[in-house]
Ligand binder design. Sequence first.
Ligand SMILES: CC(C)(COP(=O)(O)OP(=O)(O)OC[C@H]1O[C@@H](n2cnc3c(N)ncnc32)[C@H](O)[C@@H]1OP(=O)(O)O)[C@@H](O)C(=O)NCCC(=O)NCCS
Length: 223
Amino acid sequence: MSASPLEIRALRPEDIPEVARQHFAAFGDPTRNGHSVATLGPTFLSDVFYRLNLDNPGFHCDVAWAGERIVAFTVFSTDKDNVFSHLIRKHPAGLVLSSLKQLLRRPSSLRAFLANAMYLRGERLAFLDGVPGWWVVCAILPDFRSASGEERVGRRIVVDFLDRMEELMTELACPAWYGVVDPSNTPINKVLQRRGAAEAGRARAQGLDMVYYVKRFDSGESR
Ligand SMILES: CC(C)(COP(=O)(O)OP(=O)(O)OC[C@H]1O[C@@H](n2cnc3c(N)ncnc32)[C@H](O)[C@@H]1OP(=O)(O)O)[C@@H](O)C(=O)NCCC(=O)NCCS
């Protein structure tokens, strides 16, 4: 099979509906994803999580295009405490309005709102001290993952995403990043370990038992 050209670039406003749709498709099921912000639905993701963070200098989203469609996205932050607090500081009216609309659409969303309110100032875990970077989320359409994805586009999209993320972190003097994942999600655990991130601890996050990985650039770990 001849490989389709792959283009990875920063999120543009016109990409938001499709990225929010894929984000919801991958993480919107509360039985598997607890109180993840994705469970609030694609409209909330689009109108709040992505659109209101467009002017957040610490919020970054890259999208991968192949064959004229988005096949993957990744979100990361170089200032983990600012992903949700930015919404309150800079866009309180938009946040409140979208939240009310969401609660009217689906009153059972209240639990997810309360759980996410705990993240407004970022996570307070001792093992995250001195770790400003956060790999928030990443999803690749099934046909574009692993070896089959490599056959289609000539490389592993997740590796390109991480290369870009770490390049920017280095440029911005961000010394370390972390990722929080379900221990039973083998692919993402493999990706993190292969990348040189080390298990830093375990904790409940959004109603689930999760494992935290940290990668520090100053420890001499390879990139
Ligand atoms: C997580 C994700 C981005 C990783 O991308 P990927 O292309 O699958 O990553 P890689 O192929 O480089 O690495 C995954 C590894 O897990 C392996 N793997 C995949 N499914 C597996 C399974 N069920 N059991 C064991 N290993 C598995 C892959 O074969 C690969 O290992 P290999 O290179 O030794 O063959 C992608 O799998 C994905 O989008 N998953 C759904 C969304 C998600 O869970 N995101 C993570 C939470 S934010």
